[in-house]
Design a protein. Structure first.
Length: 481
């Protein structure tokens, strides 16, 4: 609208000056340039109009109509420029979204085309440049990996056919062998220990490596009613066995933080004490599984009878073979540690069984650089070390006592156990049952698991799908025996 009005005024102005020129003679040079500029403006040639307006104002800087027209053109070109930039920005955003989507879907050619269009609009767009670089790199990698594809042809088909034939023959041999074994009563079935993953003969009841109960006899001890009840709960095994599960370690956050800080600072040795079932062994096993990669943890379930046994065990854990003929010493151990480039953390369980004969070797081992002892035992371990193995006791920088879990940590432990077995949350235990378990066990992890196990047995025997406090009471009676 504004441009239309401006054009009408310009036409009127040109006509006015034309009439004036006809009456009074030839128009001035400035007026001639202005007339050309006016005609160019009306026809849409803004660039040409600006050129003639500049010539007009050079001759007559105060030419009013020329000044007004020039300002009008400059305003119009600015608006057009802004609109163009907005349109370009919208197109860039559209191509950017298209390119990112294609890149995530691994459609590299499509993504490259989208980002290339962005660079045509804005050659300095950093995000598009970055994506183009990444895409070109990936395309080169794909081309490098697929260099062999043109050569597949008949050879590839032949090779695949040969592989298929071999696989068929292998399965045929296995089938024939199985049939022969079945006919002659020979069993070649192997068991795999669920705990240490060792392969065992089919008739083994206990794993000779870790002591876990395996094989069919393990399930023969489970009644049909138990299996049905477990299936109903979604369990694939009993969650409340006393097997050690370091990955399910729960609670004692403050104590764990202190232990990790001392290990990190390498300030000295650590003693962890607590009553039976408080979680000392699980804590040591958890440390052995989750300490930083810069450390090499070695877990010993019981104190060794001889120092040479301890050295051989540590050396074996570092990936080196040992034999009975070689005499190993701490200097050899230290040289292996230096080659490995890691600090040793010895996790010694059942520390209350330490003997005075082992004090000096352990102290010598503990005095080595970059060797930390973390010992765990019953509460009387403190008295024993202090009175019978005092030099080792004096090297302790942290003495921690594992008290029982609080209610929230105990609940977290039971949830972890149930969900590890395939269940959900604390089901089938009611809130009152959980409170009763905590009350009876006083937060002791092992006693809590025993109460849960006995309550599950009670529920199966009574055909109950939920375990409430009354079943825990019966479990309490069993436990007290």
């Amino acid at each position: 609208m504004a441009r239309t009005i401006q054009s009408i005024l310009i036409i009127a102005s040109v006509l006015f000056f034309s009439i004036q020129s006809a009456s009074f003679g030839k128009p001035t040079a400035a007026q001639e340039y202005f007339n050309k500029a006016a005609i160019q403006y009306i026809s849409g040639d803004l660039k040409g109009a600006l050129k003639n307006l500049s010539a007009t104002l050079k001759i007559d800087p105060k030419h009013k109509e020329a000044l007004e027209l020039k300002n009008s053109i400059l305003r119009e070109t600015n608006v057009v420029s802004i609109k163009t930039r907005v349109k370009e920005t919208e197109e860039i955003d559209k191509y950017l979204a298209e390119g990112k989507g294609a890149f995530q879907e691994a459609a590299l050619e499509k993504a490259l085309a989208a980002f290339t269009k962005i660079l045509e609009l804005d050659s300095e767009n950093n995000e598009a440049l970055s994506y183009v670089t990444m895409i070109q790199s990936k395309i080169k990698e794909q081309e490098a990996r697929s260099w062999w594809q043109p050569y597949i042809g008949v050879f590839g088909v032949t090779l695949l056919g040969g592989i298929a034939s071999v696989v068929f023959l292998v399965f045929l041999i296995i089938f024939i062998k199985g049939a022969i074994d079945k006919i002659f009563g020979r069993s070649t079935r192997k068991l795999v220990c669920f705990k240490c993953k060792a392969k065992l003969p089919a008739n083994e009841e206990f794993c000779p490596h870790c002591g876990a109960r395996v094989g069919l006899k393990m399930w023969q001890a489970v009644s049909e009613e138990q299996k049905i009840w477990y299936d109903k709960m979604g369990w694939h095994n009993n969650p409340f066995t006393l097997d050690c599960h370091p990955e399910l370690f729960t609670g004692y956050k403050k104590e764990v933080k202190q232990i990790l800080e001392k290990i990190s600072s390498r300030s000295g040795h650590i003693l962890v004490v607590g009553p039976l079932g408080s979680g000392k062994t699980t804590l040591l096993r958890w440390l052995g599984a989750y300490l930083p990669q810069a450390l090499h943890p070695v877990y010993l379930s019981r104190p060794p009878q001889e120092f040479s046994q301890l050295l051989k065990f540590i050396i074996s854990s570092m990936g080196h073979k040992t034999d009975d003929k070689t005499e190993y010493n701490i200097y050899y151990l230290d040289s292996l540690r230096k080659k490995m480039g890691k600090n040793l953390v010895l996790l010694l369980d059942e520390a209350h069984e330490f003997t005075a004969e082992m004090e000096h070797p352990l102290r010598t081992l503990g005095d080595m650089d970059n060797v930390i002892l973390v010992m765990a035992g019953l509460p009387e371990t403190v008295y024993k070390l202090k009175n019978e193995i005092k030099p080792l006791y004096e090297r302790l920088v942290l003495n921690i006592s594992l008290d029982n879990l609080d209610f929230d940590d105990l609940k977290t432990l039971l949830i972890a156990r149930v969900e590890d077995a395939g269940g959900k949350g604390t089901h089938p235990f009611t809130a009152s049952a959980l409170e009763k378990i905590f009350e009876v066990s006083m937060g002791n992890p092992r006693l809590s698991l025993e109460l849960c196990d006995m309550a599950v047995t009670q529920a199966i025997n009574q055909g109950e799908d939920n375990i409430n406090a009354s079943l825990i009471k019966k479990g309490e009676g069993l436990q007290s025996k």
